[in-house]
Design a protein around this ligand. Structure first.
Ligand code: ADP
Ligand code: MG
Length: 616
């Protein structure tokens, strides 16, 4: 275990330690850090050899990452994994829209997070990402000749809580102290210096067109606060589609038929080379051999533009939708930032310039590197190295409440700038529940028992309703003096309760460090505990709902049905007693599958409702 020196409270970092920013990409991942001399960011992975493709390859007993994995991928595609980012924080059901054929097997784990099966073993996307992050950490340490523990990792602006948590977990599992997870468009803005100074509010559009994905984000930036007004995009649209359009053009022009997979690969690579060359020159010509005959391929600017225009138009449609969602006009956009290799294409640039006519176009920096560079700037700020910058106070430990199963549910993640206010909606777990105990905790561990309890209160007088129906809004407000106000309100009835506490009271810097260190050291064990607790809670809820169903709709069941259901429930209870997560999940699935026939007949809204949402 590497030595970890964590120091967040003072905002300074031991001189010997480097902080880095990571752009954990779908295709490629990049690391950047800050040059000590001029405090400017640069990519550690900017040379071709050290770009780290987000690809893993599993041998009998070794796991290859990055370029080494890519080499193996061509020969042994079945043992290679790519695009893990698309799986982060997703359940099997969430992946219905994953319309691409991944060459690896995804395990149906019901409503649990998905797993990937490789050579008889199952891996979670968190584990897989952690291997990539570990590799990046190693590359950074080699290049910098220094230990690297502190990191800021970027995620798309549209990532939800569970995807962000998964990314954070992956960092922890890789043995790193994740200072913060920030949005990719926020990082890109920072790289251009937007949002670094306490300035007037600015509305910014970040246009990110990579190899396989397109994202447009509209941000409002003021006094170092980045607010996402809207996001839009297409998770299956990018430079790869430009290549396909060129390839299709050539196939038609030269009447190419019956090509072998390797010839098709050659054509695709030639198409990409042509597209890239036309970002600089006007004509591309090359002769390749297909089916034993030589074919002279050529492409000029106009042909390329005609081929890709429909694709670019699609991205502009997304921009329009984003503006609509943000409720602003095109003319309100003051800055446009270009991100992603495909924004080098002249027609892309021209189209954006025309569309966002009132905005300043930011395209001086390398569009592949801006996100990682911005992440490095954020890491530098959080490490307290920017004396020129007003360092806003941050909370050193996460703040949250206990949810069913003894889990820590974070409302204010650590390193959040204060003052801050966050809210989240919860519900009850038992029918007719009229009181709700709210336990407030501080810390980074997954189970509240491992965290520090700050206080508790009871929300009384919730009108009796079926489980899952009450809407309880929890608000955490941390003011500049470090006082945390927690309030809970049942929205249907207006019942409200509030309490104030002081998280920093009675805890030393030393204790904070110990707590952070423990959370990294116990990352794997904690995640196992959490998934056991989640599976157990789900199983208990299912037993509860099923029992209720039998009580209320028993007449719909034959006695054989009832006996079978009871046997299934006994099996689940046995699995819960055995504390065996996989067994709990499989028995829960079995009961779900068995009772589907009845559930569909009488689907009781309460049951489906009761099975959704976090319960306290
Ligand atoms: P991702 O974020 O999806 O990993 P990148 O931002 O690295 O993708 O962009 C990769 C895409 O950029 C590829 O489709 C590649 O062909 C394209 N690209 C790279 N350089 C150029 C260029 N000079 N002109 C046009 N497209 C380019
Ligand atoms: Mg990218």
């Amino acid at each position: 275990m590497a030595k970890i020196s964590i120091d967040l409270n003072s905002g300074t970092v031991a001189k010997s330690e480097a902080v880095i920013g990571i752009d954990l990409g779908t295709t490629n991942s990049l690391i950047a850090t800050i040059n000590e001399k001029d405090r400017l960011p640069y990519c550690i992975t900017s040379d071709a050899q050290s770009i780290v493709p987000s690809v893993l390859h599993f041998d009998a007993d070794t796991i290859l990452v990055g370029n080494n994995a890519v080499k193996q991928m061509i020969a042994y595609p079945e043992n290679s994994i790519y695009s893990v980012k698309r799986l982060m924080g997703k359940s099997y059901g969430d992946l219905q829209d994953l319309n691409h054929d991944l060459n690896y097997q995804i395990v149906d784990t019901g409503d649990q997070l998905v797993k990937v099966k490789l050579a008889g073993k199952e891996y979670s996307p968190i584990e897989l990402s952690s291997y990539i992050l570990k590799e990046l950490k190693t590359v950074a340490e080699q290049k910098l000749g220094n230990t690297v523990n502190k990191v800021v990792i970027t995620v798309p602006a549209y990532f939800n809580d569970s995807q962000r948590q998964a990314t954070r977990d992956a960092g922890k599992l890789a043995g790193m102290d994740v200072l913060r997870i920030i949005n990719e468009p926020t990082a890109a803005s920072l790289a251009y210096g937007i949002g670094l100074k306490g300035e007037e509010g600015k509305t910014v559009a970040v246009y990110d067109l990579g190899g396989g994905t397109f994202d447009i984000s509209i941000l409002y930036i003021q006094n170092g606060i980045f607010e996402v007004l809207a996001t839009n995009g297409n998770t299956y649209l990018g430079g790869d589609d430009f290549d396909k359009a060129v390839l299709t053009l050539w196939v038609e022009q030269h009447n190419i038929r019956n090509i072998t997979p390797s010839e098709s690969q050659l054509l695709r690579l030639t198409a990409e080379a042509a597209k890239k060359r036309l970002s600089k020159t006007h004509l591309f010509e090359e002769t390749i051999t297909i089916g034993g005959t030589e074919i002279k391929l050529s492409l000029d600017q106009m042909q390329l533009n005609t081929a890709i225009k429909p694709l670019i138009d699609k991205t502009m449609k997304c921009c329009l939708n984003a503006l609509k969602d943000a409720e602003i006009d095109t003319a309100d956009i003051q800055e446009v930032i270009l991100v992603g290799g495909s924004t080098r294409t002249p027609l892309v640039k021209d189209t954006i310039r025309t569309f966002f006519y009132a905005a300043q176009l930011n395209d001086d920096l390398n569009p592949d590197e801006v996100v990682a560079m911005g992440a490095a700037i954020e890491a530098d700020i959080l490490a307290g190295n920017r004396k020129d910058m007003l360092l806003l106070d941050v909370t050193p430990l996460s703040l949250g409440i206990e949810t069913l199963g003894g889990l820590m549910d974070v409302l204010i993640p650590r390193n959040t700038k204060i003052p801050t206010k966050l809210h989240k909606e919860y519900t009850t777990s038992v029918d007719g529940q009229i009181n709700l105990a709210v336990n407030v905790y501080q810390g980074e561990r997954e189970m509240v028992e491992d965290n520090r309890k700050l206080g508790e209160f009871i929300l009384q007088g919730i009108p009796a309703m079926p489980a899952g129906l009450p809407k309880i809004e929890m608000i955490f407000m941390l003011n500049a003096d470090g006082i945390l106000k927690v309030s809970a309100e049942e929205k249907r009835s207006g019942t409200k309760q509030e309490v104030a506490m002081k998280p920093q009271y009675g805890i030393s810097d030393e204790e904070i460090k110990t707590m952070l260190k423990a959370s990294i050291e116990n990352a794997q064990a904690d995640m196992d505990k959490r998934s056991l607790a989640e599976a157990t809670t789900d199983a208990e809820q299912l037993i509860y709902a099923t029992q209720k169903f039998i009580n209320e709709n028993g007449q719909l069941l034959t006695s054989d049905n009832t006996v079978a259901i009871k046997q299934h429930m006994e099996k689940i209870k046995e699995a819960i007693r055995a504390k065996n997560k996989d067994f709990i999940v499989s028995t829960t699935d079995e009961l779900n599958n068995y009772s589907r026939q009845f559930a569909e007949q009488v689907m009781n809204i309460q049951i489906s409702k009761a099975l959704q949402g976090k319960k306290i």
